[in-house]
Design a protein around this ligand. Structure first.
Ligand SMILES: NC(=O)c1ccc[n+]([C@@H]2O[C@H](COP(=O)([O-])OP(=O)(O)OC[C@H]3O[C@@H](n4cnc5c(N)ncnc54)[C@H](OP(=O)(O)O)[C@@H]3O)[C@@H](O)[C@H]2O)c1
Length: 364
């Protein structure tokens, strides 16, 4: 089917990462681009990706987003630019603050300038809920990145600049699900920072759908957010223990890590004043006036307060399990039939699950 990417040249910084590989896969499968450029530093990761994809339309460029000149050269004749490259681990950014600034802020400005200089049509920046009311340096650098990208939209008419904010993507490099799985398999225990902690969760397919929606249905200057479920991390741990662990799998409390928040926010109370509600997405309009935005959007009523991961209802055990199953995290190693599953959990846990699911009443 003909679409805006058909026959186009697409640049993906950070293309070897979790988001980058899924985006590449979906573009190749469904959108018939002429060329996809993968721009990142590790030779090994590029070689692995090249072998795994084995596709002539992929072109690999070794480069650092901090290197403005290299990025500029590699952006020649690019139509669509997805900026994914980042340092994204909260503790790593806390411990190496200047590295986080250099990659996530200076690297983003370099990407913006390369896009403008090469008349790229559309530039999408991938940000995060941690950029909203940021507490850690990762969030601060991503918030600066967002500001640079949205402001750049006013410096040119040839390139449309848009941001998206993701929640926690299930199973991406270094995320909590592979960590829990490994901890269960190797140590028969899971480490939890706080029983209260909540997070927004999204599947990688939904994350890429958000990216593609944002590059096709925006005018420049918007920040697009997907409405997504949130869950207590302790519930996620319990579901994984129920499916992958056994009666003696322990939960160890290690306390909140430097820079971590108990809850995340996707739309702040300030963003909430400037919002359009579009089915499964919220579109945050820029606070700098932009004519195309005025012409194309009617502001929806403010959403109540902010859109936080503490919002009700939280995901139930059943919903968490079904999300994990769909994303393939319980498929091979988990207990696959319900009888065997029930045998692995004790009476009290089972009662708790039944109560949470609403199958039995409290104290019944
Ligand atoms: N994963 C999540 O849950 C999540 C949620 C919300 C937002 N995000 C955002 O989504 C984006 C992608 O995340 P991801 O999970 O795919 O991360 P990832 O798997 O760690 O991939 C990061 C990518 O960026 C590249 N990169 C890092 N530093 C670079 C530099 N200085 N120059 C060029 N390339 C560089 C890495 O390759 P090399 O190391 O080889 O350079 C890799 O290709 C990031 O911007 C992240 O902040 C992620």
């Amino acid at each position: 089917m003909e679409n805006r990417f058909t026959g186009s040249t697409i640049m993906i910084t950070g293309g070897t990462g979790s988001w980058g590989q899924e985006l590449t896969k979906q573009l190749l499968l469904n959108y018939a681009p002429k060329e996809i450029r993968i721009y990142s530093r590790s030779e090994l990761n590029q070689v692995k990706m090249k072998r795994a994809f084995d596709n002539q339309r992929l072109v690999f460029y070794i480069g650092d987003v901090r290197d403005k000149e290299r990025l500029n050269i590699c952006t020649k004749d690019v139509d669509y630019f997805f900026h994914l490259a980042a340092l994204k681990h909260v503790p790593v950014c806390e411990e190496n603050p200047w590295e986080a600034v250099a990659t996530n802020i200076i690297g983003t400005q370099n990407a913006i300038e390369a896009a403008i200089q090469n008349n790229v049509k559309n530039f999408i920046d991938v940000s995060t809920d941690k950029a909203v009311d940021p507490y850690n340096l990762y969030g601060v650098t991503k918030a600066c990145g967002e500001k640079l990208v949205i402001a750049a939209n006013n410096n040119t008419t040839s390139t449309h600049f848009v941001c998206i904010r993701g929640g926690n993507v299930l199973g991406t490099n270094g995320s909590v699900i592979p960590l829990f799985k490994e901890q269960i398999e190797r140590l028969n225990e899971i480490t939890i920072t706080s029983d209260e902690m909540t997070r927004f969760l999204m599947r990688i397919e939904d994350a890429i759908a958000l990216l593609l929606f944002s590059s096709m249905h925006t005018y420049g200057g918007e920040t697009v957010v997907m409405k997504m479920p949130s869950c207590r991390i302790i519930d996620l741990a319990q579901v994984m223990i129920n499916r992958l662990g056994n009666k003696s799998t322990k939960i160890k409390h290690i306390g909140i890590r430097p820079g971590e928040k108990l809850h995340e926010v996707l739309v702040s109370k300030y963003d909430a004043r400037n919002i359009v509600d579009k089915e499964q997405y919220f579109i945050i309009l820029p606070n700098i006036p932009v004519q195309t935005i005025r012409d194309n959007y009617k502001k929806t009523d403010e959403i109540e307060n902010e859109y936080s991961s503490l919002k009700k209802p939280m995901m139930t055990y059943g919903e968490i399990e079904s999300m994990l199953k769909k994303a393939g995290w319980l498929a091979s190693n988990g207990v696959t039939n319900i009888e065997a599953y029930l045998k692995t959990i004790d009476k009290e846990t089972l009662e708790n699950i039944f109560q949470k699911e609403g199958w039995i009443k409290q104290n019944s």
